[in-house]
Write a protein that binds this ligand. Structure first.
Ligand code: FE2
Length: 669
């Protein structure tokens, strides 16, 4: 007679428990136990609790390979799903083996759990496990399928609404419910005041301040106070919601004929544009990618999207100042170069158009495509190509939690036929086209922060906190990934012969990059170093980069004068004709502004169910070495958090979007 002790843990989220009958069968190298019901006195599976059970067999089962879990109805009540966290089995020989589950189990469904240390395909030493692995992947590939987002765009999962998502990835709905509540609350406040659907124009700047009666943050109010100021405008291209766009300028583009005479008054006394370019103090934002993007038909008339050029000067006070703006690519008499010395409202309008185009690019590409949708590519490839026992599945999956559910929802809310991007200058089709162009241009080095910063010549520009915090986070993530990857892949040969890993990267290259070799993305891995870099990039993208381009949306976009998704009038073609009235007529109307506000409020909300970067509440690794690596990772993040808090306490405008406690482990909002 042999006894196996089982510790069975139920998740601690609401409704995780079940009244149903749960049975297990232990499968070992020398035989199987009978199907044994887990039944103690009283209710067995309550949220957050661990029950202890015994499975008896006539003799030892040899090496314990699998735990089969089955759930049958208790009575004919309605569906009673169970969230099983882990089953820890202590064998008759006294060895504890962890079988992670971390998923919902539906009635009538059975699940076979793998336990013990993470295994690659070629580490498997039992034919039953090899067969199980093969069966799991065949099933996963039929369950998770690719579907193109649109022609010429990357692929996503094929599920169209959250109810289609398999139990395995259907996480707690608590966050979604919280998000729906947030949307509802602000929406209701606006509705109550008759603002939803209102086609009225904002009368003046004070009228716009009505918005703060409904919702505000300290930063959104700061933005409303300082939006006109050039130094605050410049600072947003470093530490605002889109820190991805400017580059050091070593030569003026031929289509941007800024003269010495134009900008001399804004440079240090006695200096010149040429000498400031030579000193590395001139920066450029060239929006040529948006040239000719189709625009939104508003009441039968096309809106105008600009693809401007904005020149910045890093002045002796170390402030980044906009000094010249041209709103279209082709220079002409009707396309003047606006200057800070122009009529105040001309200059404000020029800055507003640059920001409108920037917001379109930010939301469609830098936020949606490069973090949400690329994050989904990594998620779907992981679900399809790695069995749950694979070390990279265990390492990566916590960074994909909630990504599918939020993206399935986002495709409806943002770019669906009635999505919010419909009320942008370029409409849904335009947003899709911006993504399409950007995907064609996207390179591997541009999504690796150290190379991105170097390629843009921004290594030394002062007060660039996105870069400072981002590079430190990159390095901390890289150290953690290096430790884990080197532990599981002792040699380059191990990387080369891991066929599941090669399949994974091939799927990412095929369905994410559309096999574009010019992108520089790998389509296979040949060395440990290549693998470490790629995994670092994936974790950085879905955590740090998403936080940088997501969390400040309300702060910077609630004040629509600072950045508008939609502009009604074409930009000025001559100088000296505008007024504040022109600006107010150009802005989105009251109904459009509140519709956009409800969305950005939802997307930047602080939710209770956040799992911060480096926290792994779901135990997946059985190896103590991995626990130590995770603890080191957490300690380094915590130290960085202290440094960032200290730095921020000395700044007029703090930058805390990349404080580790504010970064989520995965793309979840
Ligand atoms: Fe987001």
């Amino acid at each position: 007679m042999a006894e196996y002790k089982l510790q069975v843990s139920t998740g601690d989220m609401p409704s995780a428990g079940t009244w149903d009958h749960v049975s297990v069968t232990l499968i070992g190298s020398d035989g199987e136990s009978g199907k044994t019901e887990l039944d103690n006195f009283g209710r067995d599976f309550t949220p957050g609790k661990t029950g202890i059970y015994t499975v008896k067999t006539s003799s030892s089962l040899g090496k314990l390979l699998l735990v089969k879990v089955e759930k049958d109805p208790f009575l004919y009540f309605q569906e009673d799903e169970w969230y099983c966290s882990t089953i820890e089995v202590t064998t008759p020989e006294g060895d504890p083996i962890l079988f992670p589950c971390h998923r919902w189990i539906s009635r009538g469904e059975y699940v076979e759990l793998r336990g013990g240390r993470a295994m690659k395909y070629f580490d498997e030493d039992h034919h039953l496990l090899l067969a199980h692995r093969k069966k799991e992947l065949t099933f996963k590939k039929s369950l998770y399928q690719w579907k193109p987002l649109a022609e010429g765009l990357l692929h996503t999962c094929s599920f169209e609404n959250e109810s289609e998502l398999p139990a395995e990835i259907r996480f707690s709905k608590a966050k979604l419910d919280e998000m729906h509540d947030t949307t509802k609350q602000l929406g209701l406040k606006f509705k109550f005041k008759g603002m939803v659907g209102s086609t009225e124009k904002w009368e003046n700047v004070d009228d716009l301040k009505r918005l703060f009666k409904f919702e505000k943050t300290a930063m959104s109010e700061y933005v409303a106070e300082h939006w006109k100021e050039d130094d605050f405008y410049g600072s947003q291209f470093l530490n605002g919601i889109n820190p991805t766009s400017i580059k050091r300028c070593s030569e003026l583009p031929p289509n941007f004929p800024v003269t010495e005479e134009m900008v001399k008054p804004f440079l240090a006394k006695g200096s010149s544009l040429m000498s400031e370019i030579g000193k590395g103090n001139i920066f450029l934002y060239d929006q040529k990618k948006l040239y000719g993007i189709p625009t939104y038909l508003y009441n039968g008339e096309s809106l105008t999207v600009t693809s401007g050029l904005c020149l910045f000067y890093l002045n002796p006070e170390k402030k980044l100042m906009p000094i010249a703006i041209q709103l279209h690519q082709q220079p002409s008499e009707k396309n003047p170069i606006f200057l800070p010395s122009d009529l105040e409202t001309d200059w404000l309008l020029a800055k507003i158009y640059i920001k409108n185009t920037d917001m379109l690019d930010h939301e469609s590409v830098h936020h949606l495509m490069k973090t949400h949708f690329m994050g989904e590519v990594y998620t779907v490839a992981t679900l399809r190509c790695f069995p749950v026992i694979h070390p990279l599945y265990k390492l990566l999956f916590p960074h994909f939690k909630s990504t599918l559910i939020i993206n399935v929802q986002g495709r409806v809310d943002l770019i669906g036929p009635d999505g919010i991007f419909k009320i942008s200058t370029v409409g849904i089709e335009g947003m899709i086209e911006i993504m399409r162009r950007s995907l064609r241009e996207m390179t591997y080095s541009s999504v690796c922060l150290p190379e991105n910063i170097a390629a843009r010549g921004l290594e030394s520009i002062p007060n660039f906190y996105y870069r400072d915090d981002g590079l430190k986070l990159w390095s901390i993530i890289n150290s953690f990934v290096r430790a884990a990857v080197e532990y599981y892949y002792p040699s380059d040969a191990d990387v080369c012969k891991d066929t599941e890993l090669q399949d994974w990267i091939r799927e990412i290259f095929t369905y994410g990059l559309l096999s574009n070799k010019d992108s520089g993305f790998p389509s296979s891995f040949h060395s440990i170093e290549e693998l470490i870099r790629f995994i670092t990039m994936v974790i950085f993208t879905v955590s740090v980069q998403h936080a940088a381009v997501n969390n400040g949306q309300f702060d910077f976009y609630y004040w629509t004068l600072n950045a508008a998704l939609l502009l009604h009038k074409p930009p000025p073609t001559t100088k000296g004709q505008s007024s504040m009235e022109t600006i107010m007529e150009t802005l989105p109307n009251v109904g459009e502004t509140v519709a956009i506000s409800v969305l950005i409020n939802q997307l930047s909300g602080d939710y209770s169910s956040v799992i911060p970067l480096g926290q792994y509440p779901e135990k997946r690794f059985d190896e103590p070495e991995l626990t130590q690596m995770i603890q080191k990772f957490q300690a380094e993040l915590s130290k960085l958090g202290e440094e960032i808090a200290k730095r921020n306490s000395q700044l007029e405008v703090s930058y805390d979007y990349l404080h580790p406690s504010r970064i989520e482990n995965s793309v979840s909002i």
